[in-house]
Structures are given as structure tokens and as C-alpha cells.
Design a protein around this ligand. Structure first.
Ligand code: TRP
Ligand code: ZN
Length: 901
């Protein structure tokens, strides 16, 4: 597990594996202490007569025996290191049988085979299979698997990939089952689950008329919480058929929930394993956001069956091939589900809400990453530990790069490109470039003489490009010239390589419109095409100009509509122009954006005053913009909740030269409270008019009402409104769903009287102590509360319900505090950072993948105010100096120290 050396792996060094392994037969004798694995591999040289040794990966395994073609292979003939088993001198074809042992109960990394709540689970992506048995643990080696599981009857459910082909009781009383997966797959898609589970199932018919069995397994006692996951699975199956023509290719598709899990979920062929947080929901225990998250992650993993499993990655540098594409697909799935059944205007608003949420995530998580020491292209050029590259860049920016191709090709063109991709590559392990080539075949057909060669640079360059816009309007000729120019400074590891010095321009689809002074759209025509309200400019060079005719008055530009590219727009809007866009832009995304820009300017100005110790007050124009949004009867509640939400501290930090998180927090708090005071009437109306009495439904319309109502409550509470205090207590007591209960609890804890906060927090714990997912919410709420300090967190860590071993629990308390409680963490005395050091090291001894994620909390230390920079740097040094640091954490802190400045 621990290595002192940090070896860098480069994309350019890819070589095919010298052997094929068409067949794999695995037999497991499952016991928590020691499990024995017998692996029979059919190996065949790619090139007959070649003499390369067979080098297999393995980690934390005990070797029992090796046989080749049935004969014992004596130990002198192989070499064993901590990470490999090497067999030299094999014939062109052979059957290699390896018996090994591993220790599931002692495995706290949650990679490979491990025990959670007494059941067995596996997690193999990216490099966990090597912790189960020696194998060519790389995605371009694809095999057919036959899996035998043997266990005592106390493990009644024995699951693996594909179809169940045999089941019997052995003479010793154990159960034995056999599974066969008809599709060749890389080992990272292998899975097994064994133990006591409850199952909810349904049968569905695929588009071509095959009947399939859909199952959701979870721990006994949670059977009342799996309906939404199963329904989501059915919707996902249907959606992939209608939107992409892709059918389920197995007779049986299983989803299993597990309590201890490193990430969200895993797309193992036919046997998806999920963090219980993305499966279990009922109205009493799950929030609207949880319901939405479940639908989206169920969709995501299901969609991987084609984008990831049927067509997989050649090597881990190509991770975005499956992740970016599958995130794009799950985003579209959610948007379609949210718009389903609504009239055209409401559907457009619902889709915009989803887009706003996705862009807000990108800005809060990916933009900082792209500006820091871990910056990497969506297809990285190098890594030390692949587990560190399951990033917002690979996933979320990767999805934006797919979305741009969708924008450039159009829905039909994109679908044609996807069809072509599967026609060319079904059953293969391929590269990002293969994907773009399939899309390019369509693009070139649509636009003879043009290609995606400039577009491909999105895959090699890191950093968020900036697009500067200038407008030149000539009233005499009624012409408006729009000039776009782009630049993208070297970031992260680019700063140390030759590539970084010269970053050529990208192909940027830039959607925009022009409004007149009353906020009406001005029709725009490009190259003689019919006039439209939104044009799509394709910027492919450093600087380009477009001229629009017939523009009757000085226009206000509405830029990057729908967030058509993951870039930062630079345009010197006046505040009154932003207010106009915020009130009238017909593009709902750009309208939201204008309001956010106004709020950003307001909060940054206040943060500067906080730093100077000056008095704070809101600009009337900002308050009026917010009043307009809050009272516009044409806007639905979900949209208003987004439009009125203040930009996150993370997004705001990106706009500060010397990041001062406490100053930002104080400024943001002031805005929340003062808006609460100045717009008290309108907030009160929003609170009263958006109640959702009756049975709970997670549908977007009632969820939007709850979001707006709870936002109103938080503003009124922050303003110290006495009636709101009573409403919050009443809502907490009477709530018929977790969204409202938690909304009220949050308002009370952050803005209520301390005794009410203490009492309701205590009550909440009493009521939900048996439910880990709800107790995670209880911890998270306190971790991020305004008054929480390091001491509060240490107190909570001493609570009997706390454990660092469960990632959900660690994330709820320790991560929430370190990543989302600026006031508590960023103290010039370094006490917050000292806590971070302790927790990173404690986690690293248990679970390096999780530790490395916490380690990233200090990535951007060099961009903070001078008073914080030095204590942050010292904390990073302290972690790096620790003996026996994992490769995971070592990569993060080393890069932070070497590449941040
Ligand atoms: N491939 C998974 C997904 O995005 C995520 C994943 C990668 C993962 N590595 C993991 C999940 C390790 C859990 C543990 O869908
Ligand atoms: Zn994925």
C-alpha cells in the first residue's frame, strides 16, 4: 500500500499488453478473515514467437501456488515483488492457474474485496482488481469471465456479473453459485457481492421485446427505501432506448447499495454497486436533492453500460472518454426527466434550472482545479496515482467538451456521431481521439472542408480559457461588430513543460444575442442566414470579428447563452446593463448569469470593505434587481430559487486576487441578512405562497417551491425576523418530508436562538439515530454551521456515532468542515490547518483514496491572503514530511507545494 517513490506515468508511453487473456475463470472461497481466490487465465501472445514475460499486477496478496498448463510451476521460475508477479518463458498459448489469498475484513481501503456491514463487496476501478488476484490490471485487456462463489449459508445472496448459470449446496453445507458474463470486459468492471440483502425487483421489456429483470438490493430493513431507485432505473433504460437507440444487452441488471464506499457508484457490468446514499430514499429521510441525485447517478451508471462498458478505455488517460460522455448523458437524462410533461415555456425553464445547477457545480469545483496545482487537461498527459484523476475536470469539464460537440453538430448530428462511434468501436478499448473522429465524420459531412482538428485541443490543454468580447456599434450604418478574442495561460504542470509555453487557440462555440434598451431581442443574421435571436459563433482563432446589420439601437449583449463553452467571459457591462439582462434576457441561463454577476460585484465590493473595517450597505440597484426576480410572476419557483441564490463562496473566491475566505463569508452573510430586511415583504409572500401541503412528491415543481420557500426562510431568519423564528420552529415540527425538516433545522442552527438550535439538533438526533444517511446530514449541517469552530468539530468527532472509517461519515463532518466552512478553517493561527494535517494523516492510514481527496482542500494555498498562505504552506510541508505517506496523498501535497505558486 505504501511506497516512498513517486513514479510518473506518461500517456505517450502507452504500449499494448503483449498477451491477450480471452478467458478468465475465478473461484472464490469467501471468508471475511481470509478469502482464497483461484484464477485460471487463458493467455495468448499477441505476436507468436515473442518472448516477453507475463507480468501480472498484484497488491497485498499472499501467493499460494502457480500452475501452467496443469503442471506446478516451481517458485524459482517466477519473480514476485510487492506489486508484480512475473512469469518468463511461457509458450505462445497457456493456461495459467494462480491461487492466492486476501484479507477482506482487514481491508479498510474499500478497494478490491472488502467487508461492509458483514457483507462482501468489491470495487475494482481503477486498479482494485490487483488486490483480488494477480492480473493484467489495465483496461485494454478484455476477457470473458466465469465466476464461482462459495460461502457459508449466512451469505445467502451470492452475486457477480452477467447471468446466473448454476447454484448448488456443497457437501460441506456451503452454497456455490456460478455466474457467466457473456461480454468481454476489462477487469475493472468485475464485481461480486455476497451476504444478507433485501431485494426489490421488476420486469421490463426492452425496445426489441426482450424481457429483462431489474433488481435493487440493499441491507435488510431498508426495503421501504428502494422504490425510487428502481423507478429511476426503469426510466434510464427507457431513455437510452429513445434518445440514443441503446438497449440493455443483458437479461438481468442489478444495483446493490453498500454503506462503505469511496465514491458515488460503480458501473460493473450487470452488477452496479452504489453508495447507499445514491439508492435509499423515502420522503421522511431523503431531501429533494437526494431524490434528484439518485435519479442522476442511477442514470449515470446505467448509461455506462454502453459508454464505458461496451466501448471502454484503452488506458486510464482516456478516462474522460467514458466519464465526460456519461456525465453529459446523465445531465441530459435529468433535464429530459425534469422537463417531462411540462408545457414548452415551463420545460425550457426546467431545463435551464438543470443547466444552471450543472454550471454552478463546474464553477465551484472545476474552475479552481483548473487554476491550481492539480490542473490537467480532460485527458491528462501524466499521473502518479490514477485514483487522483477522478476529478471535476475529467468528469464535469469532460462533459462540457462533449456538450460542445453536441452544440456544434446539433441533436441529430450528435446522434449520428454516436451511432458511428458504436458502429466503429463496439467491443473495443479505445481513445478520446476515436470518439472525436466519429463525431468529426458527421461534422465534416455537415460542413465540407472543415474538421475538428482545432477542437481536439480541448483534450490536450488545461486551464479555463478567457474570451474577451468587444462591441463596436455604428448608429449611422446600423451595424454592430462583435469581436471575440481568446487566451489561456499555462497552469499546473503545464508551467513546467514546453507545451505550456505555447497554447494555441481552441474551437469555441459561442452562443449570443443582442437586446435593445427595453430588453427585446434584436434579430441577428449571419452569412445571409435567416434572422434568429441567438447566433452560434465558432471562434477558432485567437481573434475573430462578426458584423451584424440592421441593428436599430445601441445593443446590450447577452453572452455565452446556455453556457455554450466552459470559458470565462470578459465584457465590461455597466451595472444597469446587467440589471436589464437580469430582468429581461429571454435566454434563462444568461438571465441568471447577469443577476449572479451583479451579486458577485456587490459581495466582492463588500468583502473589500470588510477587510478595511468599513461599514457595510447594499447598493439600491442590486436590491431592486433582486426584488424584480423575487416578484416576477412569469418565473417559476425553481428558477427563482436559482436566480436569487447568492454565488457560492468558492465561485466568489475565484474572482479575488488574494482570497480572503472569512471576509467573503462576512460579506455574504451581510447580503443575506440585509436582503432579508429590505425585501421582507416579498420573502414573506414567497414563503407563504410556496408551501406544498399534501402528499410528498420529489417532482421538479413542488421541489422548486420548497427550494424557494426555504431560501425565503433563511433570508428572513438571517434578518432576525421574529415571525420567521416561529415559522422555522413550526416547520421543523410539522414537516412531512426531510427537505422541509432540514431546511428549518439549518435556518435555526445558523440564524436562530442558540437554545432553539440546541434543542432541535438534539431532537433530530434522537429521532434519526438509527439511520446513518440521516445522521450524516446531522453531522454535515453542524460541520458547515456559521458558529462551528475546530473545537466544535473535535467535539463531534468524539461523538459515539462518529467514525473516520466510513467515508460518508468522514465526508459529512471532516470534509464538510475543511472544504465548506471557511470561517472555521482559515485562521491565521493555523489551528484549522493543524486539524486538517491530523485528519489527512489519520485517513491516509485507513484509506488513501479518501485521504487524497481531503488533502486537496489546501490546493490553492498560494492564492490566499498573505496571512494565510504561510500557515497553509507549513501544513502541507508537514503532511509531505510524514513517513510512509501513500502515493495518493504524496502526489497531491507535492504538486501543491511545487506547482501552486
Ligand atoms: N466509474 C465510477 C463512475 O463514475 C466511479 C469510480 C471510479 C469509483 N473509481 C471508483 C467509484 C472507486 C467507487 C470507487 O461512475
Ligand atoms: Zn462514471
Amino acid at each position: 500500500m505504501r511506497t516512498d517513490t513517486s513514479v510518473t506515468i506518461y500517456r505517450k508511453d502507452y504500449r499494448p499488453y503483449p498477451f491477450e487473456i480471452p478467458e478468465v475463470a475465478l473461484a472464490f472461497d469467501l471468508e471475511p478473515e481470509v478469502t482464497t481466490v483461484t484464477s485460471r487465465l487463458t493467455v495468448r501472445r499477441r505476436t507468436a514467437g515473442d518472448t516477453a514475460p507475463l507480468v501480472l499486477d498484484g497488491s497485498e496478496l499472499e501467493l499460494v501456488s502457480v500452475h501452467v498448463d496443469g503442471a506446478a510451476w516451481d517458485a524459482g521460475r517466477h519473480t514476485l515483488t510487492a506489486e508484480t508477479l512475473t512469469l518468463p518463458g511461457l509458450p505462445d498459448q497457456a493456461v495459467v492457474e494462480i491461487v492466492s489469498r486476501c484479507r477482506p475484513q482487514a481491508n479498510s481501503t474499500l478497494m478490491g474485496l472488502y467487508v461492509s456491514s458483514g457483507n462482501f463487496f468489491t470495487q475494482c476501478e481503477a486498479e482494485g482488481f490487483r488486490r483480488i488476484t494477480w492480473f493484467a490490471d489495465r483496461p485494454d485487456v478484455m476477457s470473458r469471465y466465469r465466476v464461482t462463489l462459495r460461502a457459508l449459508p449466512e451469505y445467502p445472496h451470492l452475486l457477480s456479473n452477467g447471468n446466473l448459470v448454476a447454484s448448488r449446496t456443497l457437501p460441506d453445507g456451503r452454497q456455490e453459485v456460478e455466474w457467466e458474463d457473456p461480454f468481454p470486459k476489462p477487469c475493472y468492471l468485475f464485481a461480486l457481492v455476497a451476504g444478507q440483502l433485501t431485494c426489490r425487483e421488476t420486469r421490463a421489456r426492452t425496445a426489441s421485446g426482450r424481457e429483462v429483470l431489474l433488481q435493487v438490493y440493499s441491507d435488510p430493513g431498508s426495503e421501504d427505501r428502494t422504490a425510487w431507485a428502481l423507478e429511476s432505473l426503469e426510466r434510464a433504460l427507457r431513455w437510452d432506448e429513445t434518445r440514443f437507440g441503446l438497449e440493455l444487452d443483458l437479461d438481468r441488471f442489478m444495483v446493490v447499495a453498500v454503506r462503505d464506499f469511496n465514491m458515488g457508484a460503480m458501473e460493473n457490468k450487470g452488477l452496479n454497486i452504489f453508495n447507499a446514499a445514491y439508492v435509499l430514499a423515502n420522503p421522511d429521510t431523503a431531501t429533494d436533492a437526494n431524490y434528484e441525485g439518485i435519479e442522476s447517478v442511477i442514470g449515470h451508471e446505467y448509461f455506462h453500460n454502453w459508454t464505458g462498458n461496451r466501448v471502454t478505455c484503452r488506458d486510464w488517460f482516456q478516462l474522460s472518454l467514458k466519464e465526460g460522455l456519461t456525465v453529459f448523458r446523465d445531465q441530459e437524462f435529468s433535464a429530459d426527466m425534469m422537463a417531462h410533461g411540462l408545457d414548452a415555456a415551463a420545460a425550457a425553464s426546467a431545463r435551464a434550472v438543470k443547466r444552471i445547477d450543472d454550471v454552478a457545480t463546474l464553477r465551484a469545483a472545476q474552475f479552481p482545479e483548473d487554476a491550481g496545482p492539480m490542473a490537467h487537461p480532460i485527458r491528462p498527459e501524466s499521473y502518479q496515482e490514477i485514483g487522483n484523476f477522478y476529478t471535476a475536470t475529467v468528469y464535469e469539464k469532460g462533459a462540457e467538451v462533449i456538450r460542445m460537440q453536441h452544440t456544434l453538430l446539433g441533436e441529430q448530428g450528435f446522434r449520428a456521431g454516436m451511432d458511428e462511434y458504436f458502429r466503429r468501436h463496439d467491443g473495443q478499448a479505445v481513445t478520446c481521439d476515436d470518439f472525436v473522429a466519429a463525431m468529426e465524420s458527421v461534422y465534416t459531412r455537415q460542413h465540407p472542408g472543415r474538421d475538428l482538428s482545432v477542437f481536439r485541443r480541448w483534450y490536450r490543454q488545461a486551464g479555463t480559457p478567457r474570451v474577451a468580447v468587444s462591441l463596436a456599434y455604428d448608429a449611422a450604418t446600423r451595424r454592430c461588430a462583435v469581436t471575440l478574442s481568446q487566451r489561456c495561460a499555462p497552469v499546473g504542470v503545464e508551467k513546467t513543460t514546453a507545451d505550456g509555453a505555447d497554447k494555441p487557440p481552441l474551437h469555441i462555440p459561442f452562443a449570443m444575442g443582442l437586446l435593445d434598451r427595453a430588453g427585446r431581442p434584436l434579430p441577428l443574421s449571419l452569412d445571409g442566414a435567416p434572422a434568429v435571436d441567438t447566433v452560434l459563433l465558432e471562434l477558432t482563432t485567437e481573434r475573430q470579428e462578426w458584423v451584424f446589420d440592421g441593428i436599430s439601437s445601441e445593443p446590450v449583449p447577452s453572452l455565452l447563452r446556455g453556457f455554450s463553452a466552459p470559458v470565462i467571459v470578459e465584457y465590461p457591462w455597466r451595472d444597469d446593463q446587467l440589471a436589464l439582462l437580469s430582468a429581461h434576457d429571454p435566454d434563462p441561463f444568461a438571465r441568471w448569469e447577469a443577476g449572479q454577476e451583479l451579486a458577485t460585484r456587490q459581495i466582492l465590493a463588500l468583502a473589500a470593505r470588510v477587510q478595511q473595517g468599513d461599514a457595510l450597505s447594499l447598493q439600491p440597484a442590486f436590491v431592486e434587481a433582486w426584488r424584480t426576480l423575487l416578484t416576477d410572476p412569469r418565473l417559476d419557483a425553481a428558477y427563482r430559487a436559482r436566480a436569487l441564490a447568492l454565488p457560492s463562496e468558492k465561485t466568489l473566491a475565484e474572482r479575488m486576487t488574494d482570497i480572503d475566505p472569512p471576509a467573503l463569508a462576512v460579506a455574504r452573510d451581510f447580503v443575506r441578512a440585509d436582503l432579508g430586511r429590505q425585501l421582507a415583504q416579498a420573502w414573506t409572500a414567497a414563503f407563504e405562497n410556496n408551501q406544498t401541503p399534501g402528499a410528498y412528491s420529489p417532482a421538479p415543481v413542488p421541489a422548486g417551491r420548497r427550494a424557494l420557500k426555504n431560501l425565503a426562510l433563511s433570508h428572513l431568519m438571517a434578518a432576525g425576523d421574529a415571525r420567521a423564528q416561529a415559522w422555522a420552529l413550526e416547520q421543523y415540527d410539522q414537516a412531512g418530508n426531510m427537505t422541509d425538516r432540514l431546511g428549518a433545522l439549518g435556518a435555526l442552527v445558523n440564524h436562530g436562538r442558540p437554545d432553539d438550535a440546541t434543542r432541535t439538533l438534539g431532537d433530530f438526533y434522537e429521532q434519526w439515530q438509527q439511520d446513518p444517511l440521516v445522521i450524516d446530514k446531522w453531522f454535515a449541517l453542524q460541520a458547515t454551521a456559521r458558529s462551528t469552530s475546530v473545537e466544535t468539530v473535535r467535539g463531534l468527532m468524539a461523538h459515539p456515532a462518529f467514525t473516520l472509517r466510513n467515508p460518508n461519515r468522514a465526508r459529512a463532518l471532516v470534509f464538510q468542515f475543511c472544504l465548506n466552512n471557511a470561517r472555521g478553517l482559515h485562521l491565521p493561527d493555523g489551528s484549522g490547518y493543524a486539524f486538517w494535517v491530523e485528519q489527512v494523516l489519520a485517513l491516509d492510514a485507513l484509506n488513501p483514496e479518501i485521504a487524497a481527496r481531503l488533502a486537496r482542500a489546501l490546493d490553492n494555498w498560494a492564492r490566499y491572503t498573505p496571512a494565510l498562505r504561510e500557515p497553509m504552506r507549513r501544513a502541507l510541508e508537514k503532511v509531505r514530511a510524514h513517513a510512509g505517506l501513500s502515493r495518493n496523498v504524496n502526489e497531491i501535497v507535492s504538486k501543491a507545494l511545487e506547482l501552486a505558486a
